[in-house]
Write a protein that binds this ligand. Structure first.
Ligand code: ADP
Length: 397
């Protein structure tokens, strides 16, 4: 079956067409600046050069039309429309309602709408993507795959905040966690790489990208994760602050005479390693360069980022009671031996040692712990699109 995977944002739409038999990517691309001047679709059919078309995209319906046109046109198309057997949609927030992927019907759409106040920027955009695909491909089955679902196995003690319990009951204020598709994929893949049954493993998964989160996975089930009600909590990220004292918000508002929205924007877009580095960069390639050239802000930002990851690994080791392997994934985790080394050097309390040669690897499955290491250290490239395609096929067969 050929599966179209859609990841719809408020002004962008990423897509991949995947052959579920071979699991090969047939075509992938991105619609940018939807509803804004200068919109374009950029896509790459497998084995061919990248194609860019600058064309008006007033809304997501037009974007989907252009995706279908790109996939099916007679010149460089890769399929006919009737070959697309199913569509898998990435949905950011499933609240407590969705503990696994589901086939989309009107009831599911309503339930996604119902939890939209938990992800007001993301869920409405995801729903627009669903509607646009339904309009363009009315007979094709569609599946919703939730970023929060994998974390729904967390016990109450891990997901509750120390707030009045009624706020959880009335408003659903609790830890949900995100990047679940990635944490799930990587923890399964780690078991395969180690040749073990996932049920017998206690893992810590570090998803370190522009957004970053960490999870503790016990016997294949998530028992804790660093992101919370929203993706702002936890690790220091590219531009997000991660954990702070909640009182900081009011304090900044008073000092800067600003609004809640201003501070929320500051915490999401101007903080993290970007803010800590005096706005040098949110990109770890620039930060590594700065660090090595003695840029004080780069060193400060990277050191704080690394420290926070190490602190969470310590906490999750305690939560798990034992840790068999620590997995690194996403842009930084997969590609930066520099950051992995800084983190793992501080894990001697676990008896972890690094094989410097193996740690030079990037973008491939690799065990990079030393032969004498008491805990395995792994690079596991994530593949959220493939995970979405697999769930979609499993539900649409
Ligand atoms: P997201 O999906 O959250 O946008 P990614 O997982 O794609 O993020 O990660 C993007 C980040 O990965 C970049 O901002 C950059 O910091 C980092 N990155 C990518 N390649 C490298 C590399 N070769 N070395 C160090 N960092 C890298």
């Amino acid at each position: 079956m050929k599966v179209l995977v859609i990841n719809c944002g408020s002004s962008s739409l990423k897509f991949q067409l995947i052959d579920s038999d071979s699991e090969a990517v047939i075509c992938k691309g991105l619609c940018e600046r939807i509803g804004i001047d200068g919109s374009q679709i950029v896509y790459t059919p497998a084995g061919k050069d990248k194609i860019t078309k600058v064309t008006p995209m007033p809304d997501h319906n037009r974007a989907i039309e252009l995706v279908i046109e790109a996939l099916t046109n007679s010149e460089n198309g890769v399929v006919s429309l009737d070959e697309i057997g199913a569509v898998g949609h990435r949905i950011v927030h499933g609240g407590e309602k969705f503990t696994k992927s589901v086939v989309i019907d009107e009831e599911v759409i309503k339930a996604i709408e119902d939890v939209s106040d938990l992800a007001p920027l993301h869920n409405p955009a995801n729903l627009i993507g669903i509607r646009a695909c339904q309009k363009a491909m009315p007979k094709v089955p569609m599946v919703a795959v939730f970023d929060t679902a994998f974390h729904q196995t967390m016990p109450e003690e891990a997901y509750l905040y120390g707030l009045p319990y009624s706020y959880y009951e009335k408003y659903g204020i609790r830890r949900y966690g995100f990047h679940g598709t990635s944490h799930s994929y990587v923890s399964k893949r780690a078991a395969e790489i180690l040749g073990k049954d996932a049920k017998d493993l206690k893992l810590i998964v570090c998803h370190l990208g522009n957004g970053a989160s960490i999870s503790a996975v016990d016997g294949g089930k998530c028992i804790d994760t660093s992101m919370g009600l929203t993706p702002l909590e936890g690790l220091i990220m590219g531009t997000r602050s991660g954990d702070i004292d909640p009182s900081v918000v009011e304090f900044i508002m008073k000092k800067e005479n600003s609004t809640v929205a201003d501070v929320t924007n500051l915490l999401n877009k101007k903080s993290g390693v970007f803010g800590l580095s005096d706005e040098l960069s949110s990109d770890f390639r620039d930060l590594q360069k700065g660090y090595e050239e003695g840029h004080a802000g780069a060193k400060r930002a990277v050191d704080a980022f690394v420290y926070r990851v190490v602190k969470y690994i310590g906490a999750y080791t305690a939560a798990l009671g034992r840790v068999d392997a620590i997995c690194f994934t996403a842009g930084v985790g997969e590609n930066s031996g520099f950051v992995r080394n800084l983190i793992c050097k501080r894990l001697s309390f676990l008896g972890a040692t690094v094989d410097e040669e193996a740690n030079k690897a990037h973008g491939e499955d690799k065990v990079f712990s030393g032969a004498d290491s008491k805990v395995k250290l792994l690079i596991v490239p994530t593949n959220e699109e493939l995970a979405i395609a697999r769930d979609t096929v499993a539900l649409c067969k």
